[in-house]
Design a protein. Structure first.
Length: 90
């Protein structure tokens, strides 16, 4: 799936992560996250880098929706709900 720069920023915002948190969890540099989020349109970066970021966000509950209008949404699953309950969140 093609990932767009604005999807990364939107996804991060939906789950309340700062750029540093995403960089750390995805094992990429903070400068990489900053650079990618400044782009417009589809991300032009190493495939492996984009995949790390995409997988990290998906594991956090983000679902990438796409063509022709790329976006993101929060996946509501039993595992997400149980994780929030374990952390004392509702």
């Amino acid at each position: 799936m093609l990932v767009w720069a604005r999807q990364i920023k939107a996804a991060r915002s939906l789950i309340g992560w700062e750029q540093f948190q995403l960089a750390t969890k995805a094992s990429v540099g903070i400068a990489t996250i900053r650079r990618l989020e400044r782009m417009s349109g589809p991300i032009n970066a190493h495939f492996e880098t984009v995949e790390k970021i995409r997988r990290t966000l998906e594991e956090a509950g983000i679902e990438f929706v796409g063509e022709p209008s790329p976006g993101v949404c929060v996946r509501l699953t039993a595992s997400c709900a149980s994780h929030r309950t374990e952390k004392g969140q509702k």
